[in-house]
Design a protein around this ligand. Sequence first.
Ligand code: T6T
Length: 324
Amino acid sequence: KKIVAALAALAVSAAVLIAPAQAQDKKYTIALIPGLTTDGFYITMRKGAQAAADALGVNLVFQGAPDFNPVTQVPVLDAVIAKKPDAILIAPTDKVQLVEPLRKANDAGIPVITVDTFIGSGVYQTGGGGADFPLSYIASDNVLGGEIAARALATSIGDKGKVYVSNVKPGISTTDQREEGFKKEMAKHPGITVLETQFNDDDANKAASQLQAVFARNPDLVGVFGANLFSALGAANGVKQAGQTGTVKVVAFDAPTSIVDNINTGLVDVAIAQHPAEIGYYGVVSAYAHLTGHSIPVTIGTGFTIMNKSNIADPNISKYLYSE
Ligand code: T6T
């Protein structure tokens, strides 16, 4: 009887001990604001974020603008701040223009983590003020990505001839860094001339017409680096429309599913896939770790997968193609 009574008492005290812990179990809401909603890169990032949210019992809100533009992203951010989520993950569409809008979130006590792109210099938590308030930056190494692209293009064109970068617009951390890495590497290839960058505002049609205009001015053009998904798809279409498939080589950043056909037909030589699902997953995990009292790394670097004709059929490679 004594033993039963003791066990019962133990059970009661255990229940008392457990109950407050359960009562504290808060369901966190984490908002993910992409660069834009209709981009396979961010759609894939959302999937990774959702996988982590499901595993951790977090409520994930995905809210973004239809285009990659601070003018449309800032009102979305303001609306998200007004709903007071527990944390914000955001791909800021401009290094400078998103600083003050994001400071509002930080001042309201909402932790900010940037995914894919950064604000300021991308070096956070230095104590230096300015744009260093986000807790963490989770992304690809975009300078390295640009260097990889340059080496691939140099190989494709036999290390000589004229090339250019098809890019989005200045002020975006990712695509600025890709161009920087590309030019840094190309400086080591004296036989290659890098022509003036063409900015397409993330419009594939514009990138296609620019390719044709550059080719008209430079009939000896041998290559182009498309510095993001729409730049690359557009530049590749431009090459096709100019009837230069295989003659003007294309190296693409990003890996939408349509890149498979472009690789198989020889329109695109190499695609550099980022790992957006990984960025989303670790974004949510980091926010959750912070919210539950753990310290988190100030940067998390995610990887690349290099795709070409010889490996694109391999499931270990094709699994990195982006979702639609
Ligand atoms: O390349 C990605 C992303 O990394 C960049 O910041 C913006 O463009 C993409 O979303 C592709 O369209």
